[in-house]
Ligand binder design. Structure first.
Ligand code: COA
Length: 383
């Protein structure tokens, strides 16, 4: 059987896959740091493994599949599997011969063994296709299990439409730390909404800038049209120009800014927005923990030439997904003058609620500021 979904393929195993699996169990083993790292990888009989797999291929029976191999644009990169669990979320013993999709709690697993393919969207496509296979086959309850240290897996599960179902605190001991065992249950409406989103991919993507990319931050910060929203505040630091809102960012300061902003998740996140089609930079997003206020503040800024295309909402959604799914931020907060209708509109459309009003001074006059907040829970409920 072959299932094609966008440029990913789920298919039955073939003989040439066996060498890949042996390599992934002996040489390229980085995946094991994330999949069940509490249990050592024991693999001491490659020839026995090869014979067993050959036998499975030879005696293959049609019917409900328990696993597929995953190809990304024609390259074999991993596996998806399933297994049934009991009502306490433990894997059922002797489940190898379970064949009825309509019976039991089917739990999905995914391994992209080739780490070069991580964080590139392949897991999203493979898991989407694997969930669909189960729903089409008549599975009533679809689960997924991981551990709280595997943020990428947990983020992927929630992105696709799984919601936390059971948490077993401290179940997993990994590299000296204690982590929770997590079981997710598929919310079918959230999955349907995810599938609709997959049909219309965002024109933008997040891009973590390297030091040499900081010219773009300089270009944005020193562009009066882009920075007009930032003009007129009563603050006094040398590089800020209250008349235009611009902030100087000469090359001599790039390294310090880069070091301050990049690589501090989950306390702080900073990324450029990149146009998928052209690779051009179109703005930046960030969030950061403000210890004085006791909250996460955020910003989304589009470079002026890219405004007026509806990309503000796209950028905001990318940031929300990163904050709430990948980093587990509990709530995001943003502040606007009440006159900034477009910015307020995209935040409200994304589910932000007004939680207060404050006063400040701009161009020497009092201004009213709207305090907006979105919680992780409200974000997940809307997806
Ligand atoms: C877990 C795994 C299947 C995820 O697949 P992937 O292709 O890497 O994930 P995707 O690129 O589709 O990203 C899915 C989401 O994870 C989150 N994510 C991606 N990279 C991340 C990172 N470095 N840190 C935290 N979250 C991250 C994002 O929310 C992302 O969605 P978005 O980019 O659209 O916002 C894959 O990384 C893998 O096989 N890892 C090793 C084995 C493993 O952990 N298996 C699961 C065992 S339980």
């Amino acid at each position: 059987m072959v299932i094609n979904y966008q440029d990913i393929t789920l298919r039955d195993m073939k003989e040439s896959d066996i060498a890949d699996h042996i390599r992934w169990r002996t040489v390229e083993t980085a995946w094991k740091d994330w999949d069940g790292p509490w249990a050592p990888l024991s693999f001491d009989d490659p020839e026995g493994f090869r014979q067993k797999k050959l036998e499975q291929i030879r005696t293959f029976r049609e019917g409900f599949r328990r696993r597929f191999e995953v190809d990304a644009a024609g390259v074999h990169i991993g596996t998806v599997i399933n297994y049934p669990i009991d009502e306490d979320c433990n894997i059922l013993e002797n489940h190898d011969n379970a064949t009825d999709p309509a019976q039991g709690r089917w739990t999905l697993g995914i391994d992209l063994y080739d780490s070069a393919y991580w964080s590139g969207g392949w897991g999203t496509k493979a898991l989407t296709a694997w969930v669909r296979y189960h729903l089409d086959a008549g599975c009533r309850e679809v689960y997924l299990q991981t551990w709280s240290g595997n943020r990428r897996m947990a983020a992927l599960a929630e992105k696709v439409g799984f919601r936390e179902f059971r948490r077993k605190p401290g179940l997993r001991k990994v590299r000296g730390g204690a982590y929770d065992g997590l079981t997710f249950l598929l919310d079918k409406d959230a999955f349907a909404a995810h599938c609709r989103r997959m049909e219309h991919p965002s024109p933008l993507a997040l891009y973590i800038p390297r030091l040499e990319d900081m010219w773009f931050a300089q270009r944005m910060q020193e562009d009066p049209e882009t920075m007009a929203y930032n003009a007129g505040w009563d603050v006094s630091y040398g590089s800020y120009h209250p008349d235009t809102g611009c902030i100087d960012l000469p090359e001599s300061t790039w390294a310090a800014k880069h070091q301050r902003l990049v690589g501090h998740e989950p306390e702080q996140f900073y990324a450029f927005l990149r146009v998928r089609e052209t690779g051009d930079f179109a703005g930046y997003v960030n969030f950061r923990w403000d210890a004085d206020e006791g909250r996460y503040d955020m910003s989304v800024v589009l470079y002026a030439p890219y405004r007026g295309r509806g990309w503000g909402s796209e950028a905001l959604e990318l940031l929300l997904r990163r904050a709430f799914l990948a980093c587990g931020v509990p709530a995001l907060h943003n502040t606007f003058e009440t006159t900034r209708a477009p910015a307020i509109a995209i935040h409200k459309r994304a589910g932000f609620r007004q939680v207060g009003t404050t006063q400040d001074v701009r161009f020497g006059r009092p201004v009213e500021l709207m305090e907006l907040e979105l919680t992780r829970e409200a974000y997940l409920n809307r997806r």
